[in-house]
Design a protein around this ligand. Structure first.
Ligand SMILES: [Zn+2]
Length: 312
């Protein structure tokens, strides 16, 4: 090879190295992670912290996260995931272990950094002192529906941002700044929500399951009856009649249930006490005003405030 040709080849090689550096190495940035979430609230949070990620949620707002079918599409989605974000505290015990086993993805096995459980980041409420089968489908590790406490959600966001940085160190600065922006915005919203929740404090609701329990605690709304005879069991007429007797003298301002529960039992009670049945989203929906975490809290406060105001 002539020395001229040689020089040209080296120059070309140098240009290729520079090009590759510009593509990836020169400025580290967040990877486009593939994120699997068990519930839509974690998909919404992941979108805030890792906007460039591909995010799939196993369940939507009209599904009961306690029990879903381990469909092949979900197994395939978990197989591709860099990180799985779930509630934990055994909420998904009926289906997630099976998905993990069938997906065969070591990145998202329990204990691996790619398996994030929100419940591990916060303290849970209503941890039962003892659990036995006669108590129904009780949440033995405490109430897992923690995303409906805006303050706990902020703690989870910190933990999730840190975990994303562990999974994808090159993107650490991006996750940190996205989280800082989100936290600042969220803190401002919490201040507004607290003001709006004030008139609701002390007012009573009847519920079906402890799905909104964190929200009630946070807002000061009192649960005066649960139309589930035992946790996780569908309401029975006998139990409804008992609840009716219990609340007739001082009825709740609303009967509250989720989008995925059968409205019949709640309606039965609501009609007899002449109060509205509110089917409230218990998580972020796929579209509409509750398609974001802040939209969800806005909606809960709107609907509850209106019902409480009407029943004055
Ligand atoms: Zn539950």
């Amino acid at each position: 090879m002539s020395s001229d040709l040689h020089r040209r080849a080296i120059r070309r090689l140098g240009a290729i190295v520079l090009y590759l550096a510009a593509l990836g190495l020169a400025s580290p940035a967040a990877r486009a992670l593939t994120v699997f979430t068990c519930e839509p609230e974690w998909a919404a949070l992941a979108r805030e912290l890792a906007p460039q990620a591909t995010i799939v949620s196993a369940t939507h707002a009209r599904q009961d996260p306690h029990q879903i079918e381990a469909r092949p599409a979900l197994i395939a989605a978990l197989r591709r995931a860099d990180i799985a974000v779930c509630t934990g505290a055994s909420l998904e015990v009926g289906w997630l272990p099976m998905l993990q086993e069938r997906a065969g993805n070591r990145r998202v096995l329990s204990g691996a950094p790619g398996m994030f459980f929100a419940a591990d980041a916060v303290e849970l409420i209503d941890v039962p002192e003892r659990v036995d089968r006669s108590m129904g489908d009780v949440h033995a590790e405490g109430n897992p529906h923690l995303h409906l406490d805006p303050e706990r959600l902020a703690i989870v966001a910190n933990a999730l941002a840190a975990r994303l940085a562990t999974i994808d160190p090159a993107g650490a600065a991006d996750y940190e700044s996205a989280n800082a922006r989100w936290q600042a915005d969220w803190a401002g919203r919490i201040t507004g929500w607290r003001e709006r929740a004030e008139p609701l404090a002390g007012r009573g609701v009847a519920v079906q399951h402890a799905g909104f329990q964190y929200f009630w605690r946070w807002s000061g709304i009192r649960v005066i009856a649960d139309i589930e005879p035992k946790p996780g069991l569908p309401p029975t007429l006998g139990h409804l009649q008992q609840v009716l007797g219990q609340v007739r003298a001082a009825p709740p301002f609303a009967v509250v249930q989720t989008l995925y529960q059968d409205p019949q039992p709640g309606r039965w009670l609501a009609e007899r006490i002449d109060r509205p049945l509110l089917a409230l989203p218990s998580t972020v929906t796929s579209d509409g005003p509750t398609a974001s975490l802040h939209g969800l809290f806005d909606e809960l406060l709107d609907r509850l405030s209106q019902a409480a105001g009407d029943s004055r």
